[in-house]
Design a protein around this ligand. Structure first.
Ligand code: NI
Length: 185
């Protein structure tokens, strides 16, 4: 396993639509070591998730993991999940939104407020190539939408209220703690 370099905003690989992974290739050493490296890179960088284009691999894979954070006791940890060829769709008939300040390992030092559908269904293949399907709401739904956006060349700054954009120091100073996450649920 190794920690990979993380592409920064402006790198063309972050703006491309990533390619599907042929299911027969998921078990290959190349894909398995890419997934291992993505997990290690995400953890090293203290990210909530990372998508393959962020490590210069234009394929449809992302990993997500959120540890329990005593500062956000209302939000559960997300156990490690690997999604290959994920499809994320808002749940029909649900109109709620989750609005939170997002950051990105590829947009270093900037936070911005993004509104997203509050409840989504996710289908994908796992790292063994088995189909998985689940629904997420609130913060986990925002995280999985952020990561799958990367597979379509979309960055959170494209969806942010641009007037909310802030550098990390100013975010820490001026965005009140209770305004950082607004879960409409
Ligand atoms: Ni990101």
């Amino acid at each position: 396993m190794s920690i990979r370099k993380i592409a920064q905003m402006g790198e063309p690989v972050l703006r491309r639509r990533a390619e599907e992974v042929p299911p027969a290739e998921i078990g290959s050493a190349r894909v398995q070591s890419l997934i291992d490296d993505m997990i290690e890179t995400m953890r090293d960088a203290d990210g909530a998730g990372i998508a393959a284009p962020q490590v210069y691999e234009s394929v449809r894979i992302c990993v997500i993991e959120v540890d329990a954070n005593p500062r956000y006791p209302d939000f559960d940890a997300i156990p490690l999940v690997t999604l290959v060829n994920p499809i994320v769709t808002p749940v029909q008939g649900e109109t709620g939104v989750v609005e939170m300040y997002e950051g990105c390992l590829s947009v270093t030092g900037i936070r911005g407020r993004v509104r997203r559908p509050r409840r989504v269904s996710v289908t994908a293949l796992d790292r063994e190539g088995k189909p998985v399907a689940f629904e997420w709401a609130g913060v986990p739904a925002a995280v999985v939408q952020h990561e799958t956006d990367h597979l379509d060349g979309v960055l959170f700054v494209d969806r942010a209220d641009t007037r909310s954009l802030a550098f990390l120091r100013e975010y820490g100073r001026y965005v009140p703690f209770e305004e950082r996450i607004a879960d409409g649920g």
